[in-house]
Design a protein around this ligand. Structure first.
Ligand code: SF4
Length: 353
């Protein structure tokens, strides 16, 4: 039977995606897209990518931008460490590589936020080097095609998949020059044919020797992550308002929504709202609550109750440097996490009319 790589390359030419805005082999654009595509779908990424590229068209512009500006462009994509790492990596490329995107896989992998698969994707797509990728989509394709059971997040299973990915490279099948097409083919197959829910095996170029298809195990493979109980936490968001201005604080770099702007947060066990107000000397003229909302993080679920507090006066001087009053409309343009954006939109509609 024709080699796996050859079948994929032929399929990509006829049925793969050829009009994604980061295609064309420019390392900066490929890298940016790869970081954005971690944990995020192509359709969601495209408008973010276009906006990002029009503001930061190259490494130098990105490196000289403020991290706040970068995070404002990232706002809504989630996993904000990716945005901060992107910015750090651009500065490192300027300082240590004279502004030239590093070409070797080993050097690419030293950039903040770049793991083995991302580095391999950039090396293959931009520099036509023989390296195997293994992102979530590729893990699914290979686990099904070769019938590899076990959760791919487990070290041993992942190692098996890496070995398989390496062994399937076009280099092994005499098609070295087609590594970029092959790499794109794997991504396209995972995203458009061998999809999570219901793979379209009839349209798949490697269906003739796919074990999951032959054994009707596509619903079981890849093995899902073992279930664990996600802890739940509760907190209060203090929406301090003065006219149409709201108080926002920059969150510490470490932790959830690191470096983004949010209303002050009172975690369970940190006292009641009245104590917080008394501590800061706030005089509240009016108080109300918005409906509770929840946000699922990787390791826990957070339930937030937004309390709207209209203060009589703004303090002349903020006790924390990383605090600011912003008009709610302007706050929507700042680097804020999606749940806060939704809450501010609701606030704008309900409270400020
Ligand atoms: S035949 Fe079906 S399950 Fe197997 S790789 Fe192709 S799409 Fe995936």
């Amino acid at each position: 039977m024709e080699a796996f790589a050859h079948r994929l390359i032929r399929w990509q030419r006829a049925h793969g995606r050829h009009d994604l805005p980061w295609q064309g082999g420019d390392a900066y654009r490929v890298w940016l897209s790869e970081i954005m595509l971690q944990q995020t779908q192509v359709a969601t990424v495209i408008p973010y990518f276009r906006r990002f590229i029009s503001s930061f068209p190259d490494v130098a512009t990105l490196a000289s931008a403020s991290v706040d500006d970068v995070l404002a462009h990232w706002s809504g994509l989630g996993y904000y460490a990716r945005g901060r790492n992107l910015h750090k990596a651009a500065q490192l490329i300027m300082q240590q590589h004279a502004g030239q995107f590093p070409q070797s896989m080993q050097l690419i992998e030293t950039l903040p936020g770049v793991g083995r698969s991302t580095a391999a994707a950039v090396a293959a797509l931009a520099f036509h080097q023989q390296h195997a990728i293994l992102d979530g989509n590729v893990k699914r394709v290979l686990a099904r095609w070769k019938g590899i059971a076990g959760w791919p997040g487990e070290k041993q299973v992942e190692e098996k998949l890496w070995q398989l990915a390496e062994s399937l490279l076009p280099e092994q099948a005499g098609g070295k020059q087609h590594i970029a097409i092959y790499t794109q083919a794997l991504m396209d197959l995972g995203a458009t044919v061998c999809t999570r829910g219901k793979p379209s095996c009839d349209r798949c170029p490697v269906n003739a020797d796919c074990i999951a298809k032959a054994e009707q195990r596509t619903a079981q493979l890849p093995t899902p992550r073992p279930k664990k109980i996600i802890p739940e936490k509760h907190a209060t968001f203090l929406l301090l308002l003065h006219g149409s201005d709201i108080l926002l604080q920059k969150r510490p770099e470490q932790g959830i929504w690191g470096g983004l702007w949010c209303p002050p947060q009172l975690d369970d066990g940190q006292g009641v709202v009245e104590d917080y107000l008394a501590l800061h000397g706030w005089q509240v003229a009016e108080r109300s609550e918005l409906p509770e909302f929840s946000h699922a993080f990787t390791h826990f679920k957070l339930h937030l109750t937004p309390v709207v507090l209209r203060v009589q006066e703004k303090p002349g001087r903020m006790e924390q440097a990383e605090s600011m009053w912003l008009d709610v409309g302007e706050a929507l343009l700042a680097g804020i996490p999606t749940p806060v954006r939704k809450m501010l939109q609701q606030l704008g509609g309900e409270i400020l009319i």
